[in-house]
Design a binder for this molecule. Sequence first.
Ligand code: ZN
Ligand code: ZN
Length: 359
Amino acid sequence: MTRHSASPHAERRQVRVFESDVGARVARLPLQAFPDFWVYAYLVLVEDYRVLIDCGSGFHHSNADLEAGLQIAGEMLGVPLSPSALTHILITHGHIDHFGGLSYLRERSSARIGVHELDLHTLTHTEERLNLVARRLHTFFAEAGVSPEHIPQFIATYKLGKLDYQPVTVDFTYEAAGMSLGPFKMLHTPGHCAGHVVIRLHDLLFSGDQVLSEITPHQSPEQVHPYTGLRHYLDALKTLKHWAGDVRLTLGGHNPPIENLPARIAAIQQAHQNAWTPYSRCWKSRIPWPRFRKRSSGAPMVTTSCWLWKRPARTWSISIRWDCWRSPTRTNSPPTASDRLPSATVACPRPNDHCDQPD
Ligand SMILES: [Zn+2]
Ligand SMILES: [Zn+2]
């Protein structure tokens, strides 16, 4: 916990308190989930509920930050707080930076743990899920043109920080509970993660990674994770825009709060549209990518998945182009080696701003 930090981002690293329009009190707890990578958990006091929304990675300083954050929040809210005081832990989605702290909390708290059905096994049968996804990733990278010697590195990065997690039992799932818990209402928003939900409480929205103020959350291909990918994500954004209605403040799993949710949703939709446009034009032109790229030099490129080292935008764009080329309306034959995207054509210009997070 960096309550005393003098960095320009010090405010982001402090416990901060919010209040809903009808008096629910919320403390934002900053957790360093991985070195220089921060995530927020939220402690919510409403009626008889003492709810923690997400719980960090369980890795690096995350658990220590959580304990310290609860103590500071308790002092600020005038209520003694510790893991044993929690009544519920609600997980927004099955990414390790949001649920990895469960192993630690399970031993110290009898709080009831909830997650969406589609992410249940990520929490309860972790090793099985990791191996399944790693196998699919291997196939995906091979099809996308990643050279065989690099694939193990990508797989190792995917598993980073996940192998220490000890599976926990989950007490309830959201669909089975009618997508609500007392005053908390959930909306399923697949795309970034299969079982992603956003949680509404009064005029506050806890958006997990679905909507963030400074980054567009990464998407993984549906062939690796069912119910993930851009189509699901964009559909869910549209649904969310209507469902959220007059939400006053959106509190995300990363980045500062959002005061104008519809505007932020529109900006994210536009960012994806801009990123997709050159690929879409290429596909419609029926011109092989290298020639198309030469003609339209300077066209903006997709900058997704830059978190996987410095080069990975290349992998993602190759995979997008693979999907273009394999479309039955475009061609029935797979791309040839000469179609493959030269690595130098894609670069991530602002890796800490618009790129993705290591979920
Ligand atoms: Zn995240
Ligand atoms: Zn995530």
